[in-house]
Design a protein around this ligand. Structure first.
Ligand code: AMP
Length: 317
């Protein structure tokens, strides 16, 4: 709180897109001073992950934020505007020295288990430790009344809410809806790695989750009936791709398709219609096997790209 004015924090890793901007717009509607942080936190990247090639678009991000700030100023319905961009260095964020990216690195970490160990945490064992640690630091530096996170990273929202609850942090956590491309692909800074060929196939995850959602909407509550629709879709898409030549096809691996409890992210055998559930998934789009001459393979030569997405199954009674 600054002079009885509310501070809203939107943490990001930069490479801003419409998903980030929708969170900033929500923050400007509800708080006077919006602080956007831009920090690619090495602690939440595994040693073999894409830290070195993660898109850094500082000048473009500043232009986008300046434009958005003018738009916010023109709309009288907003309480506030973008008051600051906070872009710290790793030296700023880790005053005792950066503890390292290894699973067994020692240092000052915030750990939330078991919620940080399942799903994304199972595939990326240091991820939620890194996220919770950096969020704790950002909350302490900025001291916001409200923090804004995207539904796109559903497990992250559960981890942050749990951290706020269990460490009694004096902050409200607000969640903004997932922004998507017209064909359903959830916006992500990492989509630039896909290139055109893989981009076309990348809708398979959102389509699989929607297929599972329609089972729930049609009345199914058991895991098997709900998830079968999603698995069928991913299998069909993979079969279609494998029937194509290496110069045309796209290969991918499904990491998980999950039906989980909205508060704990523990797997559900059956949805309690009074509580609903979270359908989520992760798919690894493998690098193109046989590039065509001159083909644009995506940012950084088109490495493997992990896509995540989710749909909330709302309580139906
Ligand atoms: P990132 O820069 O990817 O760490 O994301 C920063 C914030 O933006 C996180 O709270 C994300 O959940 C949120 N975000 C990322 N993609 C989207 C999206 N497509 N729609 C809404 N929020 C998003």
């Amino acid at each position: 709180m600054l002079d009885h004015r509310l501070v809203g924090l939107v943490p990001t890793m930069g490479a801003l897109h419409a998903g980030h901007l929708s969170l900033i717009r929500a923050a400007a509607r509800e708080t006077h001073h919006v602080v956007v942080s831009i920090y690619v936190n090495p602690a939440q990247f595994g040693v073999k992950e894409d830290l070195a090639s993660y898109p850094v678009t500082w000048d473009g991000d500043c232009r986008i934020l300046a434009e958005l700030d003018r738009e916010l100023a023109d709309d009288g319905a907003n309480l506030g505007r973008i008051s600051a961009v906070f872009a710290p260095t790793t030296r700023d964020m880790y005053p005792s020295g950066f503890p390292g990216q290894d699973v067994d690195s020692t240092g000052s970490f915030v750990t939330l288990t078991p919620v940080g160990q399942v799903l994304e945490g199972a595939s990326r064992p240091t991820f939620f430790r890194g996220v919770a640690t950096v969020c704790m630091k950002l909350f302490n530096i900025v001291q916001p009344e409200k923090v804004y996170f995207g539904q796109k990273d559903v497990q992250q929202t559960v981890v942050v809410k749990k951290m706020v609850k269990d460490f009694m942090l004096p902050v409200d956590v607000e969640i903004g809806p997932t922004e998507r491309e017209p064909d359903g692909l959830a916006l992500s800074s990492r989509n630039v790695y896909l290139g055109e060929r893989r981009r076309r196939v990348a809708t398979l995850l959102s389509r699989a989750l929607r297929a599972a959602e329609s089972q729930y909407r049609a009345g199914a509550l058991d895991r098997e009936s709900i998830l079968r629709a999603a698995t069928q879709l991913t299998t069909d898409v993979l079969d279609q791709q494998m029937a194509l030549s290496p110069e045309e096809r796209v290969k991918f691996e499904v990491d998980y398709i999950s039906l989980a409890d909205p508060d704990t992210m523990e797997e559900l055998a059956e949805v309690d219609p009074r509580r609903g559930g979270i359908l989520s998934g992760a798919v690894k789009m493998l690098p193109v096997e046989a590039p065509r001459p001159g083909e644009d393979l995506g940012h950084s030569g088109g490495p493997a790209v992990r896509l995540i997405d989710n749909i909330v199954l709302k309580p139906s009674v």
